[in-house]
Design a protein around this ligand. Sequence first.
Ligand SMILES: Nc1nc2c(ncn2[C@@H]2O[C@H](COP(=O)(O)OP(=O)(O)OP(=O)(O)O)[C@@H](O)[C@H]2O)c(=O)[nH]1
Ligand code: SF4
Ligand SMILES: [Mg+2]
Length: 399
Amino acid sequence: MSRVMTGDRLRISIFGRRNAGKSSLINAFTGQNVAIVSDVPGTTTDPVMKAIELFPVGPAVLIDTAGIDDTGNALGLERVKKSIGYLKKSDMVILVVDASGVAGELEDNVISECLKERIPFVLVLNKSELAISESVKTWLGGKEYISVSALNNEGIDKITRKITELSPDEWEPPFLRDLINPGDVVLMITPIDSSAPKGRMIMPQVRAWRDILDGGGIALSCEPQNLQKTLDSLSVKPALAVTDSQVFSKVAPIVPEDILFTSFSILSIRQKGNLAEMVRAVKTVESLKAGDKVLIAESCSHHSQDDDIARVKIPKWLNDKVGGGLIIDTSAGRDYPENLSDYKLIVHCGACTLNRREMLLRQAIPAEKGVPVTNFGVLISYLHGVFPRALKPFDIDGF
Ligand SMILES: Nc1nc2c(ncn2[C@@H]2O[C@H](COP(=O)(O)OP(=O)(O)OP(=O)(O)O)[C@@H](O)[C@H]2O)c(=O)[nH]1
Ligand code: SF4
Ligand SMILES: [Mg+2]
């Protein structure tokens, strides 16, 4: 995580009075004791930053700040000033109010600062398991707020949902530049076979290439048959190797274990959707059996080939895994088939032509019907013994 450039992450600052539970909230978000929590008001003195993978929002940095009511002396005032400085640099603000405490002008100031700077904010009523004080009740009036208990880990998902709603339309996590340092070599393994378009590279490869350069890295590319030769010719080890998912099993043994290794499809779906959910969903293949229906969903209709990944390769690999008999449908384009609930699993492409909001919706619709959605690259890595290695570069729980 130390390599992460905060500029590529959604910056979410947490404001509120001392003891409101700002640090507790950070800990609830991360599931770790990142920030010190105590009942001594003014525990957090300097802003604490924590880079996290906040699903489904994506890479974010949470900023815990000193209490906005720490105005008793010059040092306290200086802290408040510093906190407000962070507000201006935030993409989003979480304003925390202690349900059992007080609220008033200080909170109003944060809100008017957000409105002035056009920063979306979420009002969070923490310690909601306690009785709401008269002061807070009066201040809340008709305001929209989210009730949580950081202590009991309740309501945190409501905040992430709201953050997703409020995140700017154009906001997407980077393709890969958060995984590298300037000067790093990134090796892209790009087969030019019958499924490759004539005379050009496919969009996820172009995206990767551009993002490597944007991250100050060095982009290299070779076909699988030249991989060993390419590695041997380098005096510096690549920091990251990215392969076409279709050749995972062929190239995985050649890429040294100490090089981060993943695929274009996984990087693409991380940028467009909720990768952690797709990783959880892949385990569904263990319960698939003959007669079960699986949907392979591509979100654009590019012309299909004889050995097409969606129509031939994935169906074959899935059937090999379960011993045959699966009923596998494919869909192309932005609409899912009507009978979505019939499917035991959806395998989704990298969604490179969709925006993030659209892809998150394409995950949410089947999820509401209890249908898990995984991704081409995640599934292939799972079926070909490259799991969890291909997920290691990302901050997903358990990897
Ligand atoms: N009852 C209850 N107590 C909570 C809750 N969240 C936090 N607390 C308690 O409130 C106290 C202050 O929590 P912190 O997270 O340190 O608050 P803070 O806003 O970071 O405080 P400062 O760093 O001092 O500004 C601690 O004793 C927490 O255990 C909650 O949801 N319910
Ligand atoms: S949207 Fe999906 S099917 Fe279309 S090119 Fe991108 S990854 Fe392939
Ligand atoms: Mg604190």
